[in-house]
Design a protein around this ligand. Structure first.
Ligand code: CA
Length: 407
């Protein structure tokens, strides 16, 4: 690294000249070798320049390097609060791996202690805890925070909306993440997509759903816009954190619940208290797990640690999906083979009604305010374009693969 700037050396030259002018003894010494004082200074400077150019030092003219060096020795000990029970496979383990990766990549300059739901704050107080700075980080899903801004539901998932691949494309290359950050900014939060379940299951029921009539009055735990749709279809949508699902279903507080998919649901033991496991997950064609960071805390990090947080979240976003995709089918097989779970597809009239209501709730959400309209427009525009591509890419490919599988 070049350490001395021309500006530094010019200042030094001026200083040396002034010393020669002011100090007759030094001037005499200069004159003793019959060199014009200005030339002598030039010789000294040339020597300094060579020395500076060859010297690998960490100081610099603008102080940036020294500031960076100072920052690099600073350490941060943060808290991450989750909306999931500690160690829950797929969700909590994702957050824990994320924290470990950040510590490893930063050489322990940023260490993060991870708290399960209820350990530091309750599941549904993650947003407030991070917004206020009580914890620096949160791991949750944006549709839990509709009470803060209704449009946040879209950043969790949209019924009949985009798949995980499409959603990630929208977030990272379609302006979605910028919009999400705009919605979070007034709360002193910055969000990062940090995991995804892929297509979820439609949920657990203790009796079969044969038509829309079977939905009427059914009390089901189902969050986000999916809950609004379910409500319109005649059901009663209840919002409960994951750690209350088992007891609520077991004691009859709710009649049915959706949670995630086989990998997660098996770990929760939902197969012990419900028999019918329905698909497809119309209500959550993907679910974005969020890493939310207190903006002030994030701003206090040096740039390299900020980048580590960003890149670790991006890696976690893919890694979590990989884990779900790898584990789901084996978990479903275990449920069916060892626990008597009955797999069912939702009937066509139910799915058709849900589809109609899904459009209505998104229309109404767009009418909330100007920012909500922009988010919904952006989401719908992207889905429209990307689905045209996927009709000739993913969908066409699944079709030919299925035919080949069956032949
Ligand atoms: Ca779910």
């Amino acid at each position: 690294m070049r350490a001395c700037s021309v500006a530094d050396l010019t200042r030094l030259a001026d200083g040396l000249t002034q010393i020669c002018v002011d100090n007759e003894m030094l001037l005499a010494s200069c004159g003793g070798i019959n060199v014009h004082r200005r030339s002598l200074v030039g010789v000294i400077l040339a020597t300094l320049l060579v020395a500076c150019a060859e010297s690998p030092t960490t100081s610099s003219s603008d102080g940036t390097a020294s500031q960076r060096q100072l920052a690099s020795s600073e350490t941060f000990e943060w808290k991450l609060v989750m909306s999931w029970p500690k160690n829950l496979p797929g969700l909590a383990t994702s957050a824990e791996r994320l924290a470990q990766n950040i510590a490893a990549m930063s050489n322990d300059r940023l260490t993060i202690k991870v708290y399960g739901a209820g350990e530091y704050v309750p599941a549904f107080q993650v947003f407030d805890a991070v917004s206020s700075g009580t914890a620096e980080m949160g791991h949750s899903a944006a549709y839990y925070w509709r009470g803060k801004a209704p449009i946040l539901a879209v950043f969790g998932t949209v019924p009949y909306g985009m798949t995980v691949q499409e959603t990630n494309s929208w977030l990272h290359y379609g302006g979605g993440l910028e919009l999400w950050r705009e919605v979070y900014a007034p709360f002193n939060l910055i969000p990062f997509p940090a995991g995804n379940s892929g297509v979820q299951m439609a949920g657990w029921f203790n009796r079969e759903i044969n038509s829309l009539a079977d939905i009427q009055g059914l009390k089901m735990r189902i969050p986000g816009l999916g809950g609004d749709v379910f409500q319109r279809a005649g059901g009663v949508a209840v919002q409960l954190p994951g750690n209350e699902l088992f007891t609520s279903l077991q004691t009859g507080v709710i009649d049915a619940t959706e949670w995630v998919g086989p990998y997660n649901d098996l770990a929760f033991g939902l197969h012990d208290i419900a028999t019918y496991y329905y698909y497809p997950g119309w209500q959550e064609p993907n679910a974005v797990l969020e890493l939310m960071v207190n903006q002030s805390a994030y701003d206090s990090l040096p740039p390299d640690l900020q980048k580590i947080v960003e890149v670790a979240a991006r890696a976690s976003n893919q890694d979590t999906l990989d884990e779900f995709t790898a584990r789901n089918m084996a978990s479903l097989n275990t449920m069916m083979a060892e626990h008597g779970v009955q797999l069912r597809r939702l009937p066509a009239d139910v799915l058709s009604a849900y589809r109609t209501y899904a459009k209505e709730v998104l229309d109404e959400l767009a009418a909330e305010d100007e920012l909500s309209a922009r988010v919904v427009d952006s989401y719908r525009d992207f889905q429209s374009t990307v689905s045209q591509w996927h009709a000739i890419a993913e969908e066409a490919y699944f079709d030919i693969r299925r035919v080949n599988d069956e032949s």
